[in-house]
Structure formats: C-alpha cells, structure tokens
Write a protein that binds this ligand. Structure first.
Ligand SMILES: N[C@@H](CCC[C@H](N)C(=O)O)C(=O)O
Length: 289
C-alpha cells in the first residue's frame, strides 16, 4: 500500500504554474517517480511541480522535496516555494516561514498585498561547472549553442545560470520567433546540459521589465516559472540589458525580481493561490504491482 494514502494535499498555483503541496509531515514518502507521475495526471491533483513536506529540522517549519510532473526530483521551484510558504503561514498565523531543502534553507515572508509572498532564493551561480555544462565556457553570459533545425539566428547564444536549478535564457525580440513547444524538448535535452535545463525565451521591454516564456525541464510549457524569472533577471542585469530590480511578466502574470547588491541574493515576490484541498485517495495512485 502506498505511504501517500490519506495524506492531506493543497492544490495551488503560482501564476498558473500548477503546484501540489503534499503534507507528509506526519509520515509517508519519499514519493516514488510512479506515484508522482500518477498524481500529475489525476484531475484533482494535477501538477507541474509537487512539493512534498517532511518534518523540519533545526528550526525549519518543514523540509521540502520537489518533483516535476515527469517524476524527476529537483532542487528548486520558485512558484512552488511561494505556495508552500503561504500554506505554512496560514497554518502558523505568522508572516514568515523557513523551509529547508536539499539545496539549503529558504527564507520566506508575507508581502504587503494579500497573497503576495517574497522568497529569498539565495545567490545565483554562473560557473560553467555549476550550471552544469558539459564543456568549459569562460563566459556564461553568452554561450555558443549549435542546435539542428532552428532557423532564428539569435537562438544560438543563450545566457546560462543556476538559481538552484539549471537555466538557459535565449534573448529574442519576439517571444513567438520559434515554437517553444517544438524546440523546447530539443534544447532541454541538448548534450551541453548533462542534467538537462529549463529553457526560456526572454524579451527585454525596458531597463526594468522583461517578458518571458518558459519550457520547463520535466514539465514542458508552463504558464510561469519562478526560477526562470530569477535566472532571466540576473542574466539581464549581468549583461547590462536591465538594472537589478525588474518585473518579469510570464504568460500567467508578473513577478518582481530584485537582485540585492549587498549579499548577491535574489528576492522573488509574487502570488500564491489556493484552488482546493483534499486527501490522497487510492484511485489517484498507481495500481500496486
Ligand atoms: N516551476 C518551477 C521550476 C520547477 C523545477 C524545474 N522544472 C526544474 O526541473 O528545474 C519554478 O517556479 O521555479
């Protein structure tokens, strides 16, 4: 019998990025790839990312494990982190939450407007081995990428960044210059990315604004990706396309991203929305072998 049976969940979204918050603090898990894929397909629990909460250690409100819809486990999810923080703040009545992840702690605080949450996403990494890339690049502000049948010339020099997970940002004048649904899988699985990568098309609209479309590793085209917004914002600032305080507008809506000079940390602010709550039923889970 699955250890997830009867565990409570919250179905949420962060700007339309579908998030399932699964509470395993009373026991259960780790979530298997088959369980994650089954829950991702169910009408009630459908998700782009599953955030599994386990008991927190060392003062943290919870330890969090993150899964993509394809069952792969990852170490960062910006929109999901805001949803988890919202849920923990609702439970505790406090205006902040501390989450522990395999990649380190995440400090979250309630914003001034209702349902707005700020997450300190930590410092970005730009070294080629940190992304990671399969070969050495001295300058990751623009790497040369040879991809087969893509006809738009600008598509071949993305900026790359790791904000807890790997991202490639292709600077374009028109977000529809290529069909991301078609080229996304090719770029996500390009041999230069040994751990695959999240792929964004980014358009700079002013010194303080970007628009973004994202093909997510392990989840496909989504309405929003918080870490992609962070990666695009720091890459835009790093290449002098923008300043360090920007609004990144995704198909699901805007996120404010500030890349703080004093400690290099990225602060992401945006909404978290509750859709419904429930408990995991047997029919949502894979049939036992
Ligand atoms: N939607 C997320 C990113 C989730 C993880 C990503 N697909 C990966 O595999 O790294 C976000 O809001 O950051």
């Amino acid at each position: 019998m699955s250890t997830l049976l009867d565990r409570p969940f919250l179905k949420m979204n962060g700007l339309g990025n579908e998030i399932l918050v699964l509470d395993l603090r009373a026991g259960g898990g780790p979530v298997t790839a088959d369980e994650a894929m089954a829950l991702a397909r169910d009408r009630d629990t459908r998700f782009d990312q599953l955030m599994a909460l386990h008991p927190g250690r060392g003062g943290a409100d919870a330890f969090m494990r993150i899964y993509n819809a394809d069952g792969s486990e990852v170490s960062a999810c910006g929109n999901g982190t805001r949803c988890v923080a919202w849920a923990l703040m609702r439970e505790s009545g406090r205006r902040e939450a501390l989450l522990e992840t395999a990649a380190g702690p995440l400090v979250c605080s309630a914003g001034d407007a209702p349902d707005q949450i700020t997450v300190d996403m930590g410092a970005p990494r730009f070294g080629w081995a940190d992304i990671p890339l399969a070969e050495e690049f001295a300058d990751t502000r623009a790497i040369e990428l040879q991809v087969g049948p893509i006809d738009a010339p600008l598509i071949h020099s993305p900026s790359v960044a790791n904000v807890g997970n790997p991202h490639a940002i292709f600077w374009v004048d028109d977000l529809n210059v290529v069909d991301l649904r078609r080229v996304g899988p090719m770029l996500e699985n390009h041999p230069i990315f040994p751990e695959r990568a999240n792929i964004s098309l980014a358009k700079v609209t002013s010194k303080s604004a970007l628009t973004l479309k994202v093909w997510e590793r392990g989840a496909g085209l989504t309405l929003a990706c918080g870490t992609a917004a962070c990666a695009a914002a720091v890459s835009a600032a790093r290449t002098r396309r923008t300043g360090r305080d920007v609004v990144v507008t995704l198909p699901g809506g805007p996120l404010r991203i500030v890349w703080r000079e004093s400690d290099d940390h990225i602060l992401m602010t945006g909404p978290a929305t509750l859709e419904h709550e429930g408990v995991i039923r047997a029919d949502m889970l894979p049939v036992a072998a």
